[in-house]
Ligand binder design. Sequence first.
Ligand code: GTQ
Length: 352
Amino acid sequence: MNHPSQMHAPVADRAAREAFYARIGADNLAPLWEQLHNLVTRTPRSDCQPAHWSYAKVRPYLTEATELITAEEAERRVLILENPGLRGKAAITTSLYAGLQAILPGEVARAHRHSQAALRLILEGDGAYTSVDGEKTIMRRGDFVTTPSWTWHDHGNESNGPMIWLDGLDVQLVAALDASFAESSPADRQELRRPVGDSLLRYGNGLAPVDWTPTANRASPLFCYPYERTRASLMGMQTAGAPDPHLGYKLRYVDPLTGRSPMPTMGAFAQLLPKGFSTAPYRCSSGTVFAVLEGRVEVILDDRTFEAEPNDVFVIPSWAAHRLAAREDAILFSFSDRPVQEVLGLWRESRD
Ligand code: GTQ
């Protein structure tokens, strides 16, 4: 006896189905069954590829860019780090943008604000500034600086040498939500309302103003995390115990008042891998951008290996298993969309 479903087994051939798809297509309909398994995959399937940008290779291009366009004309003189699997999308991972920004002595990148949040990791130079919502912060190599959503920001260089930093923005996340807003300031430089270092004093010492209340953009009021402090924390951890087998000594940057990531859309991390240490295989569901601050690391993926040096940037896609081997004491900065995935209940990791 036939099973009921077999009694109704569809007999239409491919051509009949295609004709049907074409007819319903004209009415803005499509058959799910042709794409279900591409939409709902067993594990993340990303166009994002592992990639590595050598600073030695990119640095001369930045110099050339400074000869071709001023910071003023460019507004932001940045070379976008385009993931080879996502060319033309200004994306380094599916959800995030990264670029290298250069600003020469005397130049100003004029004030604007946008709904995209930005983070900066200073790679080269000492003494340029970013002003964020009325407070100027002087940047040095390794410093981590945030520009939360909708905060006014302008950059300038009053030092004697070029400044180069890694920009990370949530451009693709904001685009996916159709939530991009931006405006330019009539003034090149925003008006400063607080002295340099004010937020570090108010929020960076385990203290907070007694009447502090959270802001609407859900961002940390502390927006500069000096490298010397980060480095001291990482180095100090070595005396307390062995590194995590999969991560080494790894810390996340936090909003000191909430313990959450400094900005809701991007998480940032600092990691020490002692000389000779190799991490055990690890993967997580957030594609992650790394920058090497100190030392050399070998990045070992299933199908490729590359060696990263100071100021090199590399990216590990979502769910790509990898190991990191430190040839010498290495300090890595990284950022990802992890806080977004966590708050949505999506973030996963695997230590296998
Ligand atoms: O510094 O404001 O790399 O608005 C891309 C967009 C930097 C910035 C980028 C931006 C900025």
